[in-house]
Design a protein around this ligand. Structure first.
Ligand code: SF4
Length: 474
């Protein structure tokens, strides 16, 4: 059986991301490819991450005449999990093209799991829900054996007489080590390598060592794993990294885990293997402030190559952190940032504004925290109610008509937050401006821009004050 595996996120359709040129190959898709190949299927992979449109896809459908198309987006890269409108539109186009040629299409991405009907009505045969590897395996096995689909495989959504049908939920895999490692050979790595070298001078790829996260931040959508957390064997991950470093010329890694190195025993074993295989590479990770406060964790992270750590700081107001069930304190954020900086590690902060109940004082607390800690990078978002979260339920009655961001720079508030919608756009600009202004004493490039930054800050502030007068009561 011949399968065309493809994906629907395109960096080129996401202006901010394409400008940054930090494009990562689709790791999760490569994992699915490895499994399909292990099962003996002929797999062709058409990667849309760096493509402009669907022209090559249409050509491939005519040339290869696959038995099945699988649109399978990376479930590890946060961008492909954001359910962006441009990605949905493109996925629907891919489905419709396959359907017009009578080629069954199976879809796996975050948005389709939340809104399967949209994808099924566009012509998809199945939408996969939950962890997809076993589901695909079982579905294709039945299809290959009987030349017809089974509608009883757990983890599927499909249409029957125009009505949405769901099969039983797919149980989670507990032994990630049983999966074959992702199939790097199938990825167009030369294209990514060229791009990275041209714009950054090194080659970075993303990998994942775990699935899930045991924490309970109540705005964070975790439809597949809930609070469960599974780790790959450290030896398997280290061997993969050694291969990336020694055979594929990779010079930097983004560890895409929600939380990298959460378990200290795992981290210690991983460190041992990395040292044994001479597989140390500079790492960018996502982590939590509380985890960085221990001495051993920091030592092990530095030993395996930690270069840049992004922390989910969210807010400088303890009241808001508690309302989010974030489980960290403002003091821990300060302590972790100090520790990272003194170890020479770059620190990035994820921040978000507009959480339910956030007022002027909370915003001011966040600005103050930035000012006293001065992380190396900040990434700002607005509170985004994702279906299935407690936050979504809390603001459900306040949701507006728009339910998807167009791209990752959209940042519209999707519910009626305390301040009007344009306030948060201005706040986003204001905070970036102020952050650059604060940096101006250390960096010449900002020093030159200082008068302009100062003028902009005053302008944004004035406009924000006007809009703040239209704030709704809590
Ligand atoms: S925000 Fe991060 S720490 Fe919190 S639940 Fe989500 S992945 Fe886990």
């Amino acid at each position: 059986m011949r399968i065309l595996l493809t994906n629907s996120y395109r960096y080129r359709a996401d202006k901010k991301q394409w400008k940054a040129k930090q494009c990562y190959p689709p790791y999760g898709t490569a994992w699915a490819a490895a499994l399909l190949r292990q099962e003996g299927y002929q797999v062709d992979f058409l990667d849309h991450h760096l493509r402009k449109d669907a022209r090559d896809y249409t050509d491939a459908l005519f040339a290869l005449r696959p038995d099945v198309v699988i649109i399978y987006d990376d479930q590890f890269n946060y961008l492909t999990k954001m359910c962006l409108q441009h990605q949905r539109t493109f996925a629907l186009e891919l489905i419709q093209t396959a359907a017009s040629l009578n080629i069954p299409a199976i879809v796996y991405n975050s948005d389709a799991q939340d809104f399967p009907l949209e994808y099924l009505q566009a012509g998809a045969h199945f939408v996969l829900k939950g962890e997809a590897e076993e589901t695909i395996k079982e579905l294709l096995k039945e299809y290959a054996a009987h030349k017809q689909w089974s509608y009883e495989v757990p983890g599927c959504a499909f249409l029957k007489d125009g009505q949405l049908q769901l099969t039983a939920p797919r149980p989670l895999m507990r032994d990630l080590g049983a999966l074959p490692p992702p199939d790097w050979q199938l990825l167009p790595l030369d294209d990514y390598r060229a791009l990275w070298h041209k714009y950054h001078g090194y080659f970075s790829v993303g990998i994942a060592t775990t699935r899930g996260c045991p924490y309970k931040c109540n705005w964070c959508a975790k439809p597949i794993y809930g609070n469960r957390y599974f780790m790959r064997p450290p030896e398997q991950v280290a061997a993969e990294i050694a291969m990336l470093k020694h055979q594929l010329g990779v010079g930097h890694l983004w560890m895409m885990d929600d939380i990298f190195g959460l378990r200290s025993d795992w981290l210690a074993a991983f460190r041992k293997e990395i040292e044994r295989l001479d597989a140390r590479l500079p790492l960018k990770i996502q982590t939590r402030a509380d985890l960085l406060c221990g001495k051993q964790a920091m030592e092990d992270l530095l030993a395996v190559g930690l270069q840049e750590a992004w922390i989910g700081v969210e807010s400088g107001s303890q009241r808001i952190l508690d309302a989010m069930d974030k489980g960290i304190t403002v003091e821990q954020v300060q302590q972790a940032t100090r520790k990272l900086k003194s170890a020479g590690v770059k620190v990035g902060w994820f921040l978000q504004f507009g959480y339910l109940g956030e007022d002027e004082a909370d915003i001011a607390a966040t600005l103050h925290l930035i000012e006293i800690c001065m992380p190396d990078h900040i990434g700002i978002s607005v509170a985004y109610p994702l279906p299935g979260t407690l936050f979504y339920e809390k603001v459900r009655s306040l949701l507006k008509d728009k339910d998807h961001w167009q791209d990752s720079d959209d940042l519209d508030t999707m519910y009626q937050a305390h301040f009007p919608r344009p306030f948060y756009k201005l706040l986003h600009r204001y905070v970036h401006c102020k952050y650059q202004y604060l940096k101006s004493k250390d960096f010449l490039k900002y020093k030159v821009k200082k008068p302009l930054l100062s003028w902009r800050m005053r302008y944004y502030k004035r406009r924000m004050e006007e809009l703040a007068s239209q704030a709704l009561p809590f």
